[in-house]
Design a protein around this ligand. Sequence first.
Ligand code: ZN
Length: 391
Amino acid sequence: MIYKDLILNKKNWNRILTSVKKGKLSHALLFHGPPGSGKEGHAVELAAYLNCNDPLNEGACGNCSSCKKIRTFQHEDVHLIIPLPRGKNWNSDDPIDKLFRSKKILNEYLSLVNEKGENPYALLRMSNANTILINSVRNIKQEASLSSINNKWKIFLIFHAEKLCVPSPEAAHALLKILEEPPEKTIFIMVSSHPEAILDTIHSRCQKKFFPAISSSVIEEKLVQSGMDNIQAGIIAHISGGDMSLQSELVENSADILEKMYQFLNASFSSDPKNWEKCIDIVSRLKMSSPAKLEQLFKCIGLFIRDLLYYASTMNDADIVFKNQVGKISKIVDKHPDADWQQCLNQVELTQEYIKRNGYVPLVITNLIMDLQQSINGEFHEPFNLHEWSN
Ligand SMILES: [Zn+2]
């Protein structure tokens, strides 16, 4: 195999291998499923297996010259297509230079690809790139028309395939023409977390494989194996929601996110405006610098409240995520017997929605903290009803 860290979806992988061995693999495949479920890694493994000089029963050998080239994305017959930024043409006759348009873009691409060769869950996302360029599809057409020098499979890996249709379906239509008359010994592996955004006409040409999210218990086990303590591994596995790409990011960020979460929880139990201001500041900064991190923070707050809700209703700590906070959780629950923790959870989710819709952060966060305090103290207010005001 190419990747030592890929969590193999055995059902999909065995079916794919059986199709290859029987000579029944479709020339167009669509691997779809949530982010971080390993679709891209499986696509690379399939490309490697098809062209491996010395394939094993369970996959590519990982050591032959072909496998080595695939690992560095330098195989002459395996082509990677991803969204690239638009920009002015680079003054060059080389088609690759023309496609990448600047040395800076090319360097960014090479560094991402390098990482992807090591980690099947690394994100292959270029900055300012939201579309698969029509030039990339023209290159596919040109490459597909040439026969392989070594009689190998020609393979086109198209990642973020939904971006073929953004902003117009021009690239998708161009690809469709190639899919309709596929050259011999050529395979297109499209990969997407948003298959609903791909044209029906492309869907109907593809054999589809669904890759579900990785279960949080598997992620937790992997993290513990890598040397992380059980409690931190459990928290990260839950926040990641089965997304392995997010999981590796969380391993780096979790201390920072947890600290911010505790500041939020402090503010929810405090009447000191300084604590509230800190929360407003945290959210305003994250909204600008890293919306993904902001989402992780809210998920973390939601998980902690879920623990409070769980403990309040069961008086049991078996399924608590924040196992290092059990003492604190039981104290909070005892001190606030009238709290409506479900209502708190709803308020956190609603706030996240308001922020996504560009709500004014100081107002949205102040409202959240006030609402949380009321729900925690069991002081529910009646919402205003406009109809009652008409008389
Ligand atoms: Zn090999």
